[in-house]
Ligand binder design. Structure first.
Ligand code: SAH
Length: 202
């Protein structure tokens, strides 16, 4: 997966590649899909949700430009796979999931492997965690109809926000960087994510 799907498509961040080598992706998918856990596509994880394709996980993680000191907010815990990758690469992770069963399953998985730097929340992640702000990085693994003002307000200065923004079935993966009161934006390409529901979602 790392050689054929990630490196070949231009993922060069060695910390990201190492984290994706370490985290056992097959433990994050349903038992009957384990044989295809490392394939080049997303897979269902229950409750109508999906675990993202490995390349998309790598692309989003690389776009966060992590050095190991960051406090991150993740919206859409899902299986917890992206959460585990973030926990490997940053100081602290807060992750929010709206579906209780998915969050509890992800909590079980991550506790089993001893990630002590992750805290789980159940609820509408599109409003963020104002009490815990600011965050050095914010990542959402579901799509927004537009850039979410409430979340961008919780980004630290020089912080980076990475999320799909656009239509219900097709979005652009955006990397938004905060500089004081202004933001700059880079388009990392087209993508298909499940929509986020909630106040700043659909
Ligand atoms: N990163 C996940 C993929 C999750 S798919 C993984 O690696 O498995 C997107 C997730 O966002 C789904 O689990 C969905 O239930 C959740 N979600 C949708 N709207 C949300 C909201 N408003 N707040 C928090 N989570 C939400």
């Amino acid at each position: 997966m790392v050689e054929r799907q990630l490196r070949r498509r231009g993922i060069t961040d060695s910390r990201v590649l190492a984290a994706m080598t370490r985290v056992p992706r097959h433990r994050f998918v349903p038992p009957e899909r384990q044989w295809e856990a490392y394939a080049d596509y997303p897979l269902p994880i229950g409750a109508g949700q999906t675990i993202s394709q490995p390349y998309i996980v790598a692309l989003m993680t690389a776009a966060l430009e992590l050095t190991g000191t960051e406090k991150i907010l993740e919206i859409g815990t899902g299986s917890g796979y992206q959460t585990a990758i973030l926990a490997e690469l940053a100081r602290e992770v807060r992750t929010i999931e709206r579906i209780t069963a998915l969050s509890l399953a992800a909590q079980d998985r991550l506790r089993t492997w001893g990630y002590a730097n992750v805290r789980f929340f159940i609820g509408d992640g599109t409003v963020g965690l104002p009490d815990e702000a600011p965050f050095d990085r914010i990542i959402a693994t579901g799509g927004f109809p537009r850039l979410p003002a409430l979340l961008l307000a919780q980004l630290a200065d020089s912080g980076i926000f990475v999320a799909p923004v656009g239509g219900r079935t097709f979005q652009h993966l955006l990397q938004v960087r905060k500089h004081g009161d202004t933001f700059t934006q880079a388009d990392l390409g087209g993508c298909r994510f499940v929509p986020l529901t909630g106040k700043e979602g659909w």
